[in-house]
Design a binder for this molecule. Structure first.
Ligand code: SF4
Ligand code: SF4
Length: 204
């Protein structure tokens, strides 16, 4: 059975909506001017004087918020102790990347290098930071702690597409938020006495 719903009675003012619009504008403009004036009020130490109800804003880019430790920023490629990339060009990160924005070309270490025949290195490593969705899957997929997003940086704005293509040299020139290029995770190189795996001497 249908239920009848009667239209509520509205006064002329309510039907015109003008008082409601004026009331909404008063609230909005009140907040707006509060925040404009609050942004310029500072105490003796130069800190902003914010009041309850003000919006806490920062004058970016001169002023920046401190990002939390797990903030996913622009990628970096971590270094070994000798300054070469930790990356072994296994392609796990580019395979896991849902945005398909990592391109790697693997190469062999030269004859005579203890890593020759064990590990490869990335001759080309490019990330398209504009296409990246900052999911962190590449970091999770890496077996070598070779790629990280702990730089604490986000992409600088640019109008040029090419500025978002970060190559190996650029990725290796970005330090972590702590200012270092290595990681705390130990790494045992092939040929080292501490190398725990199978090598040429221990393969039988
Ligand atoms: S953060 Fe995600 S989208 Fe960006 S490169 Fe890594 S896997 Fe790809
Ligand atoms: S960054 Fe890590 S996952 Fe990606 S290719 Fe290098 S070693 Fe493999």
């Amino acid at each position: 059975m249908a239920k009848l719903i009667y239209k509520p009675k509205m006064s002329l003012g309510e039907q015109a909506y003008v008082p409601a619009i004026a009331s909404g504008l008063k609230l909005t403009m009140g907040r707006f001017f509060n925040n404009v004036f609050a942004a310029h009020k500072k105490d003796a130490s130069g800190n902003k004087l914010l009041r309850r109800g003000d919006i806490d804003t920062v004058d970016y880019p001169e002023e920046k918020r401190v990002y939390p430790p797990r903030f996913r920023g622009v990628h970096r490629l971590t270094h070994r102790m000798d300054g070469s990339p930790r990356c072994v060009a296994c392609l796990c990160c580019s395979t896991a990347c849902p945005a398909q924005c990592i391109r790697i070309e693997a190469a062999e270490y030269p004859e005579g290098d203890p890593r020759h025949g064990y590990e490869r290195y990335p001759k080309v490593f490019v990330i398209d930071e504009l296409r990246c969705i900052f999911c962190g899957f590449c970091v999770e997929a890496c077996p070598c702690d070779a790629i990280r997003m702990d730089s604490g940086l986000h992409m600088p704005p640019s109008t040029q597409r090419a500025h978002f293509l970060f190559n190996k040299e650029m990725l290796m020139a970005i330090p972590g938020a702590d200012g270092t290029f290595e990681t705390a995770n130990p790494r045992h190189e092939p040929g080292d006495a501490t190398h725990p795996g199978v090598d040429r001497e221990h393969s039988h």
